[in-house]
Design a protein around this ligand. Structure first.
Ligand SMILES: [Cu+2]
Length: 352
């Protein structure tokens, strides 16, 4: 595929020389590559079949202009049994200014499908009764990383129009991915079928009161407008965009995330991939508490500049800012920050 950098005209210049913060958020997209590669391997054959199936259906226009994905974490759960039902949505979704992709998403009934899927929050020991209604046009499935249940018994493909149910007990507190597992998984996750389940520790003292956010990093490989992802780019792991909560640089300008000086800020960070690693970093802050892969005292790290997350991993980071101002958050893999993995925390509602 052609070099994305040259044709996308993505700009994040000047960070090292203290350019205006507004420049950090300027992400735009150029024309698509004309050289879509033909699928040849076994998995690519599957993708090609999938492409044909999707292209045979109607292309639906975006339902609504983009609105910021709510970054505020849902509150701690108050029930011990959670009935969760997801449907499948296959539709055009805006992922950057003037850029859409034909996304495959999970959504609660009646809610719009977004990337990532709904944030689920339960507490250690809670039971989750899950239902997937395949309201899409292809097979899909669900795989909860928070569950310790059999893949072969519960995570199999669900046919179009069919419903699958399974239950699990969330035994391990942490920040876990969920995703569709239908082959090629690379494509289904890349299309947007991924999200986060937070499992709070039963011991509430481990997560004292704080302003809480959820940030999910995703690498995106949109095809031409109205088509599914570019599978050659997916295989090469060369995303066009890398985004937090489904949209390039969305928490900038008036949508910067509001925090307060001296207030404890907690971020549940998930790297949903499918393929890029994440180097979550807040410019001007240090994480003074970090829980990586499980919220237990023995997993608590004190003092961290950057969170290193492989695809699928999640963690909790906490920090407090000591001055009024604006604090960008990025993937410190700046290859990806330039592609949209960037946002702003601000104490005063101003981001520039
Ligand atoms: Cu799927």
């Amino acid at each position: 595929m052609a070099n994305n950098i040259t044709r996308r005209q993505v700009m994040i210049g000047g960070l090292a020389v203290a350019a205006p913060l507004a420049a950090l958020g300027a992400v735009g997209c150029g024309d698509d590559d004309d050289s879509a590669a033909a699928a040849t391997s076994g998995s690519q054959d599957h993708a090609a079949e999938t492409t044909a199936a999707v292209e045979a259906g109607p292309v639906v226009a975006p339902r609504a202009p983009h609105t910021p994905f709510p970054a505020e974490a849902p509150p701690r759960s108050t029930t011990r049994v959670h009935t969760i039902e997801f449907e499948v949505d296959e539709h055009l979704l805006e992922i950057a200014p003037d850029r859409t992709m034909l996304a495959w998403t999970f959504n609660e009934p009646g809610e719009p499908g977004r990337i990532p899927g709904p944030v689920v929050r339960v507490t250690e020991g809670d039971r989750v009764d899950f239902t997937l209604r395949n309201t899409g046009t292809l097979q899909h499935s669900m795989d909860f990383h928070a569950a310790k249940i059999s893949w072969s018994r519960h995570y199999g493909p669900v046919d179009v129009g069919e419903t699958a149910t399974f239950s699990f007990t969330a035994k391990i507190p942490g920040v876990f991915m969920y995703h569709c597992g239908v082959p090629p998984v690379l494509l289904h996750i890349g299309q947007g079928q991924q999200g986060t389940i937070i499992v709070d520790p039963a011991d509430e003292s481990l997560l004292p009161p704080a302003r809480e956010f959820v940030i999910v990093q995703t690498d995106l490989y949109p095809g031409k407008n109205g088509e599914i992802s570019d599978f050659a780019q997916l295989e090469a792991a060369t995303p066009e965009l890398v985004v937090f909560n489904g949209y390039a640089s969305q928490y900038t300008g008036k949508d910067a995330l509001k925090i307060k000086k001296g207030e404890r800020v907690r971020v549940f960070v998930q790297n949903a991939g499918p393929s890029r690693w994440s180097a979550f970093h807040v410019i001007g802050a240090l994480f003074d508490r970090v829980f990586l892969e499980g919220i237990y005292p023995e997993n608590l790290t004190r003092g961290s500049q950057t969170l290193n997350l492989s695809p699928s991993q999640g963690a909790v980071v906490e920090f407090t800012v000591e001055e009024e101002g604006t604090y960008p958050f990025v993937s410190h893999d700046f290859h990806d920050a330039t592609k949209g993995a960037l946002g702003l925390f601000t104490t005063n509602g101003e981001s520039t």
